[in-house]
Design a protein. Structure first.
Length: 196
């Protein structure tokens, strides 16, 4: 099983996270940021990842530290659970609708951290989570996961729908990219022989 547990404690957050890439979408999430809970529940279900996240953060300040640090922990867990990435499909892309919103997501599990996000969010927040934290979460995640991630909004007016489409698209793209390709199950999917 490709799974990992992470515990990270700073002066701003105390996080315990577990991830199973070969799960069913089971999740138990309590981040202290209600909208992020909702997005991570969707992420787990659409990625078919088992995901538990418990976070005590300084939300009296705002949501920033909790959202970013959970991205850090999820990225670390993702990289550790993948190991040497032997047999994975590596690449995937998804175009996902959420009512009026339409989001394209492409992923390369390359070992190289890169985020390209082109999303316009009309409102300053979704629930108590500041809209700009979508990018902060994804950036923290890709830096620690070692993946290249492109997210592009093709259409959208509702901030909640746009962010939800982003999380679902990322989850579905990652699900396909980490899937074991039975034809190449004992190979590293790189001409270098290693995912760097």
């Amino acid at each position: 099983m490709r799974k990992c547990e992470i515990a990270r404690k700073t002066t701003e957050t105390d996080i315990v996270l577990s991830l199973n890439l070969d799960g069913t979408g089971r999740n138990a999430i309590n981040t202290g940021v209600g909208f992020l809970d909702h997005m991570l529940e969707l992420f787990a279900r659409h990625g078919r990842f088992d995901l538990d996240v418990q976070c005590i953060g300084d939300t009296r300040v705002d949501s920033h530290h909790s959202v970013e640090d959970i991205g850090v922990c999820l990225g670390n867990a993702f990289a550790q659970a993948l190991g040497d990435a032997r047999g994975i499909s590596r690449y995937s892309d998804v175009t996902l609708p959420m009512d009026e919103a339409l989001v394209l997501c492409a992923v390369d599990i390359s070992g190289r951290s890169y985020l390209c996000i082109d999303v316009t969010l009309p409102d300053r927040s979704a629930g108590v989570m500041e809209s700009e934290l979508l990018e902060e979460f994804m950036l923290a995640f890709v830096r620690k996961a070692g993946i290249t991630l492109h997210i592009r909004m093709l259409q959208g007016k509702n901030t909640h729908h746009i962010i939800e489409a982003c999380f679902k698209a990322v989850a579905r793209a990652l699900h396909a990219a980490v899937k074991i390709d039975c034809e190449y199950s004992d190979e590293i999917p790189s001409t270098k022989g290693i995912i760097i």
